[in-house]
Design a protein around this ligand. Structure first.
Ligand code: NAD
Length: 443
C-alpha cells in the first residue's frame, strides 16, 4: 500500500513510521518546514522511546520519506491519513477543526486515482461526513471514500501500542474502502489483533467515549484519595483492592495530581460541548472536568501547607514537569497550573525534567533549570515530585534530605512512602490519599 500521512506530530509520525515498518510505502507530510528539515536529517522532533531507531531503519530500507509537498505525496496514494491537531477551540471548548478541514481541501486538490481519505485525528461526531463534503466540493470529480480510524496510542509507549493494539477501530461506509483498510492493517489482523469495523459516527464516538471513561476513572480515584486523606485510609491499598476486581481492572487507578496531556483535557471538553449542542448534557464528563481542575488546585494547597502556609521566599525543587514520564509533551500538564502558582506565591523554583526542559522553558517563566534532582534539592525548602520519571523513582533520599535546607517532600505521584521519607531523615512528607508524615520540632 502507498500511504500519505498528513501531519508528523506525536500521532502522525509514529503511525507513519509503524506503517512503513509493516512494509507499506509511506510519505509523511508536514507544513512545518523545520520539522521536515529535521526529519530529513534523521532527527526526531519529539521524544518518543524507540522512534529514532525504527524511523532510521525504515528510511534506510527505502519505505519511509518526508516532504513538505502534500500534492506530490497524495498523488497516487492508496490512502491518505489526516493526523493533524484538533486542539480545544478558544471560548467554547469545542474541538478546533480548522486544521482538519484545511488538510481535507489540500488533499482534495491533489487526489489522482481512487483514494481512501482516513481521519486519524480525534474529531467530533459528523466531522468525517463534513470532510467528505469538503473534498467533494473542492474536487467534484475526485474518486474517493472517507474512513474514520481514531488512534489510541499512548505517548511514551506509542510504538508498542501501535504495533500491539488492544484493537483498531475503523468506521466506513464502502466495501472498496474496507478492502484498502484491510490491506493496511493486515499485518495486525494476521497476528489476531482485532480490527473493529463500524460506521463513521460510531468510530468517532468510540474515541471520545474511551477517553472520557479513562479520565473519569482517574478522577474517581483522585477524589477517593482526598477522602482517604481525611479518614486515614491508604489510597494505594484501596486501588489495589479495587483493581483486583476483574470488572474494574487495575489500570488508571493511580492517584495523582490530576490528569493532563494532549488528549484527556481537550477530548473531555469536546465531548461536553457535543452533549450541549445535541441537548444531551454529558453530566458525568462535565463533573469530571470540574473535579480535575479542583484536584490540580488542591496540589498547590498541599505544597503551601507543607511550607507552613506560604512559599514566599522559599526554594522549591520540582522533579518532573511533563504530564507523564517518557514524553516531552507539556500540553495541559498539571505543572502548568501548579508551578506558576508557586512562582506567583513568591517561591524560588528550581526544576529538572529528563526530556521536558526544552518544551517547558518558555511555558514556565521564572523557573531555574538544573540537570539533576540533587542539584534541584540543594538548599531547597521542599521537593515536589510532579512526574514519576524512572530516575526519580530510585532517589537516594538520605543524600537528598542532607542537601536540603529543610527536608520536606510533596510526593504527588506516591513514588515513596511516609516510612521511606522518615527513614531518610525527611522532617515532613505528604503524598496523595495517604497519611502525612510530620516530625515535630522535638522529634
Ligand atoms: N498525542 C497523542 O497521544 C494522541 C493520541 C491519540 C490521538 N491523538 C489525536 O491525534 C491528532 C494529532 O495529535 P498530535 O498530538 O499528533 O498533534 P501534533 O500537534 O503533535 O501534530 C500535528 C502536526 O500536524 C501538522 N499539520 C497541521 N496541518 C497540516 C497540514 N495541512 N498539512 C501538513 N501538516 C499539517 C502540524 O504542523 C503538526 O506537526 C489529534 O486529533 C489528537 O487528538 C493524539
Amino acid at each position: 500500500m502507498r500511504i500519505a500521512m498528513i501531519g508528523t506530530g506525536y500521532v502522525g509520525l509514529v503511525s507513519g513510521v509503524c506503517f512503513s515498518d509493516f512494509g507499506h510505502d509511506v510519505v509523511c507530510v508536514d507544513k512545518d518546514p523545520d520539522k521536515i528539515a529535521m526529519l530529513e536529517r534523521g532527527e526526531v522532533p519529539i521524544y518518543e522511546p524507540g522512534l529514532d531507531d525504527l524511523m532510521a531503519k525504515n528510511v534506510r530500507d527505502g519505505r519511509l520519506s518526508f516532504t513538505g509537498d502534500l500534492k506530490a505525496a497524495v498523488a497516487g496514494a492508496d490512502a491518505v491519513f489526516i493526523a493533524v491537531g484538533t486542539p480545544t477551540r478558544r471560548g467554547d471548548g469545542h474541538a478546533d477543526l480548522t486544521y482538519v478541514y484545511a488538510a481535507a481541501e489540500e488533499i482534495a486538490d491533489a487526489l489522482t486515482g481512487y483514494t481512501v481519505v482516513v481521519t486519524k485525528s480525534t474529531v467530533p461526531l459528523g466531522t468525517n461526513r463534513q470532510v467528505k463534503r469538503v473534498i467533494r466540493k473542492t474536487n467534484p470529480d475526485a474518486e474517493f471514500d472517507v474512513a474514520s480510524n481514531p488512534e489510541f496510542l499512548r505517548e511514551g509507549a506509542a510504538i508498542d501500542d501501535f504495533m500491539r493494539p488492544d484493537r483498531v477501530v475503523v468506521g466506513l461506509h464502502s466495501d472498496r474502502a474496507k478492502d484498502v483498510m484491510d490491506d493496511i492493517y493486515r499485518p495486525l489482523s494476521l497476528r489476531d489483533f482485532p480490527v473493529v469495523y463500524t460506521d463513521l459516527e460510531s468510530a468517532e464516538m468510540i474515541k471520545y467515549a474511551a477517553n472520557a471513561f479513562l479520565a473519569t476513572k482517574i478522577t474517581f480515584i483522585n477524589e477517593i484519595a482526598a477522602l482517604c486523606e481525611r479518614t486515614g485510609a491508604d489510597v494505594k491499598d484501596v486501588a489495589k483492592g479495587m483493581g483486583m476486581d476483574g470488572r474494574i481492572g487495575d489500570k488508571f487507578l493511580h492517584a495523582g495530581p490530576g490528569y493532563g496531556g494532549s488528549c484527556f483535557p481537550k477530548d473531555t471538553s469536546a465531548l461536553a460541548r457535543m452533549g450541549q449542542e445535541h441537548a444531551v448534557p454529558m453530566q458525568i464528563t462535565e463533573t469530571v472536568i470540574k473535579v480535575n481542575d479542583e484536584i490540580k488546585r488542591r496540589m498547590i494547597d498541599k505544597v503551601m501547607d507543607l511550607c507552613d502556609g506560604s512559599v514566599n521566599g522559599k526554594t522549591v525543587a520540582i522533579l518532573g514537569v511533563t504530564f507523564k514520564p517518557n514524553t516531552d509533551d507539556m500540553r495541559d500538564a498539571p505543572a502548568l497550573t501548579i508551578v506558576p502558582a508557586l512562582v506567583g506565591g513568591g517561591a524560588k523554583v528550581r526544576a529538572v525534567d529528563p526530556q521536558g526542559h526544552r518544551e517547558a522553558e518558555h511555558l514556565l517563566p521564572g523557573v531555574h533549570w538544573v540537570e539533576d534532582a540533587y542539584k534541584a534539592a540543594h538548599n531547597a525548602d521542599v521537593v515536589v515530585i510532579l512526574t514519576e520519571w524512572n530516575e526519580f523513582r530510585a532517589l537516594d533520599l538520605k543524600r537528598m534530605a542532607r542537601k536540603m535546607n529543610t527536608a520536606r517532600m510533596a510526593d504527588l505521584r506516591n513514588v515513596y512512602s511516609p516510612k521511606d521519607a522518615k527513614r531518610a531523615g525527611f522532617q515532613a512528607y505528604v503524598s496523595i490519599g495517604r497519611k502525612d508524615m510530620r516530625i515535630d520540632k522535638d522529634g
